[in-house]
Design a protein around this ligand. Sequence first.
Ligand code: NI
Length: 225
Amino acid sequence: MLLHIERLLDASAVARMRARLDSADWIDGRETVGPQGAEVKRNQQLPEASPLRAELGREVLAACAGHSVFHAATLPVKILPPRFNRYAGGGIYGAHIDGAVMTLADGSQLRSDIACTLFLANPDDYDGGELIIDDTWGEHEVKLPAGDAVVYPAGSLHRVEPVTRGARVASFFWIQSLVRDEAKRRTLLQLDASIRQLTASAADNAAIKQLTGVYHNLLRLWAEA
Ligand code: NI
């Protein structure tokens, strides 16, 4: 399931973040990939140990925690501290699959069920840089307004097209979900959306309560952590 998350960050938060990022010290993005990724990755990242990365990463996580659609779609158990990247001057990331298991700073591990890219540059400000995600339905091209994000299965082959003008700045991170299976997560998201619509239309209260119970009982059956 590929889902567009609108306004994860509002315009003022994006502007503040960009002001900090545009004057930051970037390093070669190959710091965080294995040998296969290193062959196809040509971009820049904030260093893993950078205090700015930690600070802005916390801000992104706070935005995720406060966004109801993000939460309903991902049902996070753990989120890797967000990273920040920048593509310019032909920067590209060729087709690859993200690592399945990642190690956090405290030594614990995270299974990457879902990948997230949060766009921090407006599409008008750069050419190229589309995120191309290949799933069972074919290739999807994603290039979103600054502040919007996409979540997609981390197991899908994906790439970033060359940036031929301007700079593509983004945050990216992985999520371990309470519900590992994508089809089950989609079912829960659809049920959650239906319950919200019924609640907003002041439909029969008892029926809504019953449906809400079904949601939680399915989550109880399917939750793994
Ligand atoms: Ni990737």
